[in-house]
Design a protein around this ligand. Structure first.
Ligand code: ZN
Length: 308
């Protein structure tokens, strides 16, 4: 497998207040983990800046303008209690989108089998017209639409194993049967959405997990709900909203996964990508707030992407 890694120094310049879990050190921890010689053959690339027009694939112009207007010239500006902008946040967000779209281009070019994008800010809580939950724009949703518009993908699946429900992705594709959204997440937990009964046009598959559960429940949710949905949908591309905050060390939730579970889930999705999507798999970093848990989990995930 040829696996590409996108990163960019601008992602470290999206700043949040002291004590905020979504912080630049997350990417430094990932970078250190991927310095190991195991990852020597990883194809490392600098993320390109995104095309602003592609933000409109998932968000209306009035919303995009309002986020841009709130970016401060100095210091921090708050969109809500959790979601913060610093002077370089616009450029970081645009470069996160640039990497997600470039990753899609790469896997459709056939030169690269799969891609991991280590970017900030994350995206899956960003609804059509609401930035929230540390997220400004919905990177995964924009990348899915980019695959459809630029590469003619008919069906795109987004699998979201972040411990929080991706309310934003669900909101954007609620009535769009060309995109399958599957999520495993803790419930109850922020943002409160993600019940099994939320099914969109049949294209939304939520698999909520109770607090204090772990590997068995997660894998069972994958086997009984996520994987069968992927098999019947037969996507042209699989995008992973790869949050690693279901790790047992994570301070924001109570699901007890280990890096072995992320390794396993990655393998399952690679198997489905091989079966349905000519191996095309794009993985975008979402959450994960314990630096050790995050580093171990990303290492296991990327190692699996490389090994097949
Ligand atoms: Zn999360």
């Amino acid at each position: 497998m040829t696996t590409r890694l996108y990163s960019h120094p601008i992602y470290l310049e999206h700043l949040t207040p002291a004590g905020h879990p979504e912080r630049p050190d997350r990417l430094r921890a990932i970078e250190r983990a991927l310095e190991d010689e195991t990852f020597e053959t990883l194809d490392r690339a600098e993320a390109p800046e995104g095309d602003e027009q592609t933000i409109l694939y998932a968000h209306p112009e009035s919303f995009v303008d309002s986020v841009r207007r709130q970016v401060p010239e100095e210091g921090l500006a708050r969109i809500d209690g959790d979601t913060v902008l610093s002077p370089k946040s616009w450029q970081a967000a645009l470069t996160a989108i640039g990497a997600a779209n470039a990753a899609v281009d790469d896997v459709f070019s056939k030169k690269i089998d799969n891609v991991f994008v280590a970017s900030r800010p994350p995206g899956h809580h960003a609804e059509k017209t609401t930035a929230m939950g540390f997220c400004l724009f919905n990177n995964a949703a924009i990348a899915a639409r980019h695959a459809q518009k630029k590469h003619g993908a008919e069906r795109v699946a987004i699998v979201d194993w972040d411990v929080h429900h991706g309310n934003g992705t669900q909101d954007i594709f609620w009535d769009d049967p060309s995109v399958l959204y599957c999520s495993t997440h803790q419930m109850p937990l922020f943002p409160g959405t993600g019940a099994k009964s939320e099914t969109g046009t049949g294209n939304i598959v939520n698999a909520p997990l109770s607090p204090d559960t772990g590997s068995d429940h997660f894998r069972e949710a994958f086997r009984s709900r996520v994987l069968p949905a992927l098999d019947s949908f037969a996507p042209d591309l699989i995008i992973i909203s790869a949050g690693f905050d279901a790790h047992h060390r994570d301070p924001l939730a109570e699901i007890n996964l280990t890096e072995a579970d992320f390794d396993w889930a990655t393998g399952q999705l690679m198997d489905r990508a091989a079966r349905h999507s000519s191996d095309r798999l794009v993985s975008l970093l979402e959450g994960g707030y314990d630096l050790h848990g995050l580093a171990f989990s990303v290492a296991a995930h990327v190692n699996r992407l490389m090994k097949g």
